[in-house]
Design a protein around this ligand. Structure first.
Ligand SMILES: NC(=O)C1=CN([C@@H]2O[C@H](COP(=O)(O)OP(=O)(O)OC[C@H]3O[C@@H](n4cnc5c(N)ncnc54)[C@H](OP(=O)(O)O)[C@@H]3O)[C@@H](O)[C@H]2O)C=CC1
Ligand SMILES: O=C(CO)COP(=O)(O)O
Length: 350
């Protein structure tokens, strides 16, 4: 996986689809619901199966053709018979498994499966988080725990918020895999009028950058919450992309342009968007909520909270200078005052 980073637009006209492609979407939250919309709006032939844990919601979706809990404006076009809470059955049936559970719960959700369950399958991760117990990105975890070769792993990244997909606002996805043909094949399953795709071979950089930006979006929210304005936020985010660059280059040094959408774009959308869970969570922390109250208030998952702890551990090995991540960790896990910590951080930024 040390090849040069390459982006290209995928041209739908040249796609050759296997009519029998069966895709399982694993997860029932906002991003999974948005992924279902892209996959069903895309006209290339495929069969879609959908797993979620919430039986009541499954019944709701079957009856009303809308997810009752997340992005309920989206019309669900998956046949009722293909929506299930039976994970083993859905994984067994499908060729492509799209993982879309917040990282903190993935290990538990997959605990009934084993390497045989994934034999010959392609795994696409739309998750932007670390497995907390192992401090690993999802690609690494699936490779180590389920022996899935990296060539069979695809990372689906942004910059893209589920809410804007629901509104059919023009969005760009980054689809990374060491196997460019596989990345292109998957891109051709999600391209639509409102979704454009870039293909990349940088699965490590794409995943790490997507996880790290959640921590910076939490920082951005905290700053807003304690009263800093746009002037300071721009300095914070300029420093954040430098931290991301230092870290991904330490972990996986290849020739990549950190200004591309998968890295800088994903950071910007999450740090600035009104839809960002991570920024919203950080804003509450800055305003004085404790972690538990902020989580309860949101009813959605801010990956940056969990990522902050894992990154703290992972960086003991790499020792990259990351003052913003350090400050977020101190606020979330060492109960430091947000306003004092941000004041100390401000003295280290330029
Ligand atoms: N939302 C977005 O715009 C984007 C999200 N992502 C990533 O997608 C992933 C999924 O996030 P998203 O869809 O936003 O999540 P949401 O916050 O919308 O939904 C939370 C999801 O987590 C599930 N969940 C909560 N607690 C548990 C638990 N204890 N065990 C198992 N599942 C649980 C919920 O299931 P239930 O409803 O049954 O409680 C629900 O499916 C994350 O890694 C996120 O970073 C990536 C790009 C864009
Ligand atoms: O990853 C995302 C956009 O690319 C979603 O970020 P939030 O989880 O902060 O909403």
């Amino acid at each position: 996986m040390g090849r040069r980073f390459a982006f290209k637009f995928v041209n739908l006209r040249f796609s050759v689809m296997d009519t029998s492609t069966k895709i399982a979407v694993i997860g029932g939250g906002s991003w999974a619901t948005a992924n279902i919309k892209m996959l069903t709006d895309n006209r290339n032939p495929k069969e879609i199966f959908w797993w979620m844990r919430d039986e009541e919601n499954i019944e709701h979706i079957k009856k009303y053709k809308h997810n009752g809990s997340y992005l309920s404006s989206i019309e669900i076009k998956v046949p009722a018979t293909n929506i299930t809470s039976n994970l083993a059955e859905v994984v067994e049936k499908c060729d492509m498994i799209l993982l879309n559970i917040p990282a903190a719960f993935l290990k538990e959700v997959l605990s009934t499966l084993n390497p045989d369950s994934f034999k010959g399958k392609k795994v696409i991760s739309a998750i932007k988080g670390f497995i907390p117990e192992d401090n690993m990105i999802i690609g690494e975890f699936m490779n180590k725990s389920f022996q899935i070769p990296f060539e069979d792993i695809v990372v689906l990244s942004g910059p893209c918020h589920a809410e804007e997909v629901a509104l059919e606002k023009l969005s760009y996805l980054t689809i990374a895999s060491p196997d460019q043909a596989l990345a292109t094949e998957f891109a051709n399953l999600v391209n639509t009028r409102y979704i454009k795709t870039n293909v990349s071979d940088d699965i490590y950089g794409t995943e790490y950058a997507a996880v790290l930006k959640n921590i910076y979006a939490v920082a951005s929210g905290i700053c807003h919450g304690v009263g800093y304005g746009d002037n300071f936020q721009s300095v914070l985010i300029s420093n954040a992309i430098q931290e991301i660059s230092r870290f991904v280059n330490a972990v996986h040094p290849i020739d990549r342009d950190i200004k591309e959408s998968a890295y800088l774009g994903d950071l910007l959308v999450t740090a600035y968007s009104q839809f960002s869970r991570n920024r919203t969570f950080g804003n509450m922390i800055g305003k004085g909520y404790n972690v538990r109250s902020a989580q309860l208030e949101m009813n959605m998952v801010a990956e940056g909270y969990y990522a902050s702890k894992s990154l703290h551990h992972i960086n003991k090995q790499y020792k990259v200078n990351m003052p913003i991540c350090r400050a977020v960790y101190a606020i979330l896990y060492e109960k430091h005052s947000p306003s004092i910590e941000m004041k100390l951080l401000a003295d280290q930024l330029s």
